[in-house]
Design a protein around this ligand. Structure first.
Ligand SMILES: Nc1ncnc2c1ncn2[C@@H]1O[C@H](COP(=O)(O)OP(=O)(O)OP(=O)(O)O)[C@@H](O)[C@H]1O
Ligand SMILES: [Mg+2]
Length: 419
């Protein structure tokens, strides 16, 4: 029996080995691990603790923690140690700590917890310090990256906003220039009814009280109405456009545009013919911008017809699957093959200095594509120019999708009931 009992020396040996093992484990940890007794004296101190403080084990054991001031402060000071020894576990807020031995600053997380004996009373306190520097650095880099992204986003949207404003200004300038080129025609168009008014009023004055005088004044009134409408059109066109997209009835719009430029074309003996398909559906567009586009095409046609023996412009419009197509065709010399690709570029013009800015087509194309449409030159070389505008149709797509939604709702409902 006695033989089976381990020798005292064997037990001591085993204990020594176990102690050695736990010592190794402690030192292999990447975390700082230390322990302290009720007198706040260090009882456990591992290798990372040595590296962090520069205090090695023989110097640490039995030493008061408070005598390593920076470490003591890092781990919460007297108050924290007392709380832990009273049975509380603490997690201190992360802290930056300069490690003198390594010459680097680390970001550390400190945990303090009581160690209890078999009876449950606190016999010591345990501290664990975890290095989160690397994690922190990644986090900071990420935040920095995010901030930069945010900044370039803001810059981008500001640039876009500026671009939009500039674009609006260009469109507005283009309009004023277009109006300027029509001034002669407008003056002419106003002078005709003006002569009429003067004649009728003069007649009424010479024949006061007669029935024909009343008739003359009525006619004068009509002429004045014509003049008022023309002026109203010009003013309406000159007004800056609002960005609203609505359903625009094409015939009305075209008529309005032609009334703007009609006078000018008449003076130049240009014939305008329109051929609009019956029952044309409204198009999705900004009314005033579409008017500007049509006007630009008509003004280009007008200019192209200068000096031509046959001066005709044909405006056609018809409806296709999802689009309404408008074509402006003239009997001018057409666009030479060599510049075909360039005419939509901003500031490209073949007109003499002071006569063209070269912005008409470029602005027009921007305005059309913004509403989901297209503007292109479709004539073959050698024939008069033919420009095509393709615009999204209003109606079916929208109303169909509503109907489809209604049907799904109904289907869902039915299915819900059958379950
Ligand atoms: N109907 C056309 N027939 C022949 N060439 C045309 C026609 N329309 C445009 N072009 C050519 O395309 C060029 C560019 O037209 P765009 O409308 O962009 O500028 P512009 O008419 O020269 O100047 P503006 O800014 O005053 O309109 C014209 O200079 C002309 O050479
Ligand atoms: Mg032009």
């Amino acid at each position: 029996m006695n033989d089976e009992r381990p020798e005292r020396s064997e037990i001591t040996e085993q204990l020594r080995r176990e102690r050695e093992l736990s010592e190794k484990a402690l030192n292999h940890s990447t975390d700082v691990i230390f322990a302290f007794d009720h007198d706040l004296r260090i009882t456990v101190w591992n290798a990372p603790a040595e590296r962090l403080t520069g205090v090695n084990k023989p110097h640490a054991w039995g030493r008061g923690v408070a005598t390593i001031p920076r470490f003591f402060a890092l781990t919460g000071g007297e108050a924290s140690y007392r709380r832990v020894l009273a049975g509380e576990s603490l997690r201190l807020p992360e802290a930056r700590f300069f490690i003198e031995v390594l010459g680097v600053e680390a970001v550390l997380e400190v945990f303090l917890t009581p160690l209890r004996d078999a009876s449950g009373s606190v016999e010591a306190g345990l501290g664990i310090i975890h290095d989160i520097t690397r994690y922190k650095r990644v986090e900071e880099a990420l935040q920095e990256h995010e901030a930069k992204l945010q900044e370039s986003n803001t810059r981008l949207s500001r640039t876009l906003e500026e671009l939009r404003t500039a674009q609006e200004q260009v469109a507005q300038t283009e309009k004023m220039v277009a109006l300027g080129t029509m001034a002669l025609g407008v003056a002419h168009e106003l002078s005709n009814p003006l002569m009429g008014v003067m004649g009728f009023v003069g007649y009424a004055r010479r024949n006061p009280g007669s029935p024909s005088a009343g008739e003359a004044l009525g006619k004068a009134d009509q002429e004045l109405g014509r003049m008022r409408d023309l002026i109203k059109s010009m003013l309406g066109f000159a007004r800056p456009t609002e960005g609203e997209i609505t359903d625009v009835p094409l015939p009305v719009l075209l008529q309005h545009t032609l009334s703007l430029i009609g006078a000018d074309l008449k003076v130049r003996r240009v014939e305008v013919e329109t051929d609009l398909e019956e029952g044309l559906p409204p198009v999705r567009a900004n009314r005033s911008q579409l008017e500007q586009v049509l006007l630009n095409l008509l003004l280009n046609a007008r200019d192209a017809l200068d000096g031509e023996p046959e001066k005709r412009i044909l405006v056609r419009a018809w409806s296709e699957d999802a689009a309404v197509v408008i074509e402006v065709n003239d009997t001018g010399p057409g666009v030479p093959e060599t510049i075909r690709e360039r005419i939509f570029e901003p500031f490209f013009t073949t007109k003499p200095l002071g006569e063209g800015t070269g912005l008409g087509l470029s602005v027009s194309r921007t305005l059309v594509t913004e509403t989901g449409g297209e503007l292109s030159l479709v004539s073959a070389p050698g024939e008069g120019a033919r420009f095509r505008i393709r615009l999204r149709k209003r109606d079916k797509a929208v109303s169909d999708s509503y109907r489809a939604e209604d049907e799904t709702a109904v289907a869902k409902h039915t299915r819900g009931r059958s379950l």
